[in-house]
Design a protein around this ligand. Structure first.
Ligand SMILES: *Cc1c(COP(=O)(O)O)cnc(C)c1O
Length: 445
């Protein structure tokens, strides 16, 4: 085994302590099928987090694999200026059918972070063309929009972002819509989205310098799957409209049915000015993202050599045909299988299973939306007292679960489940049974 691990001297893992890489050497996966991954020794793991929230339709899905193979036989890539691949055209037509009518223009990039970068640049430049200098953004406390510098300026997670806010740029932040830790001690059923009073304060003070407000609709993923009520979403839109600020909905995680609607913005019955899509777009098979905008925004960029209006932005792999072919297959499957509507029964089973954790001593809150479920782990259920950080109990629960064949990865004190949609009810039961056992073993020890 040792010689196999030699590569560890030469690799840098994302979001992982170097010490943990030594103590818990990464598991080498050589095969995937449906919700399962198989390591080189043949041991299988149920992928409860869709390999970082991307794999919505299962591993090695034959239809997506075939689409990529067929495309690879024809064309791997072509420059997307003056040229375009037929598979990129096909994807554009399929996406247009799925998107709200108002969102007409699709700009392709590589991943969630770059979709956000494009959205921010488009927003700033839009105002410049309208003869307004608006260089600032508003983001929500606890926000996560990716790891590139621009996306981090609107990131609201202290461990990830504080250094870069200090060295580079920090935008304006509202209170986080974090219901479990609501500072006003409001009930999410009866509150009036008071957390967004802070948004109004920023808009009053600096509204005319703000290009856009960016937010994750309904669920703040990286903050710990913090699910907030639709009235918060509608209040964000109402305030932004009132003060004439653009809205950027970052649907990178929530898009394509994850929350039980095709797009999470549907919960608030709102259509943003700009929407960012990635992760599930290719079912997690290849990197691809889209920044989708209203025609009125695109019109400001409608230029020529005389007026100089142009979006000077693009990536080497913009509109990549292989990724587009994978995305076409994904959108075909979503349409044919009537996803997310057809997931209703499975979602009920999933949410009911999750609810059974609520009687556990160290589970402070159980929350779910669509096929996203999360457990807020605490030391004391009554007072909400936090777990002692130095004991790393959530991390140990995850390690325990992995040893039992369940791939989970906590976010702080939150243990969450975002399984592929293709998971069967028995597999949901298996997932929760292992998680429960792991929690009980680790909190008792
Ligand atoms: C994952 C994520 C991103 C970043 O996407 P990458 O593909 O990792 O760059 C941006 N926004 C949200 C809401 C995400 O969940």
């Amino acid at each position: 085994m040792k010689s196999q691990n030699n590569y560890l001297k030469n690799i840098w893992f994302p979001f992982t302590y170097a010490d943990d890489v030594r103590k818990y050497p990464p598991i080498t996966i050589s095969k995937g099928e449906g919700v399962y991954l198989y390591d080189t020794a043949g041991k299988k793991y149920l992928d409860a987090i869709s390999s970082w929230w991307v794999n919505n339709l299962g591993h090695s899905n034959p239809e997506i694999v075939a689409a990529i193979k067929a495309q690879a036989d024809k064309l791997e890539h072509v420059i997307m200026a003056g040229f375009i691949s037929d598979s990129t055209i096909m994807l554009t037509q399929k996406l247009k059918k799925l998107l709200p009518l108002e969102l007409t223009r699709i700009f392709y990039s590589d991943d969630g972070s770059t979709a956000v970068e494009a959205a921010m640049k488009i927003a700033m430049q839009y105002w410049m063309y309208r003869k307004e200098k608006r260089c600032e953004f508003i983001a929500l406390g606890g926000a996560y929009h990716g790891d590139t510098l621009g996306a981090m300026s609107v990131g609201g997670i202290p461990q990830y972002h504080t250094l870069f806010h200090d060295c580079h740029k920090k935008q304006n932040f509202t209170h986080g819509p974090y219901c479990y830790g609501c500072p006003e001690k409001k009930d999410k059923e009866t509150c009036s989205a008071e957390c967004m009073n802070s948004l109004e304060q920023i808009l009053i003070k600096r509204g005319n310098r703000i290009a856009a407000c960016i937010f994750e609709p309904m669920v703040q993923g990286a903050a710990g799957m913090r699910i907030y009520p639709a009235k918060v979403l509608t209040r964000i839109f109402k305030l932004c409209r009132e003060y004439g600020v653009l809205t950027i909905a970052d649907e990178v995680m929530t898009g394509f049915g994850r929350t039980g609607k095709m797009f999470a913005c549907e919960y608030g019955d709102v259509i943003p000015d700009i929407m960012c899509l990635a992760k599930g777009l290719t079912g997690g098979y290849l990197p691809l993202s889209a920044t989708v905008v209203r025609e009125t925004i695109y019109q400001e960029f409608s230029g020529n050599a005389k007026n100089g209006r142009i979006f000077h932005h693009g990536h080497s792999f913009t509109g990549n045909p292989l990724a587009a072919a994978a995305a076409c297959a994904v959108l075909d499957i979503l349409e044919r299988e009537n996803i997310p509507d057809s997931l209703k029964d499975k979602t009920t089973h999933f949410q009911k299973g999750l609810e059974s954790f609520s009687t556990m001593e160290n589970v402070g809150e159980v929350r779910s939306i669509g096929m996203i479920g999360a457990l807020e782990l605490v030391a004391d259920k009554k007072t909400g007292k936090r777990l002692p950080a130095e004991k790393r109990i959530p991390f140990k629960i995850a390690q325990n679960a992995i040893s039992k064949g369940l791939l989970v990865r906590p976010l702080g004190d939150v243990l969450y489940f975002i399984p592929p949609y293709v998971i069967k009810n028995e597999e949901i039961d298996e997932m929760f049974a292992i998680a429960k056992k792991a929690i009980l073993e680790e909190v008792a020890s």
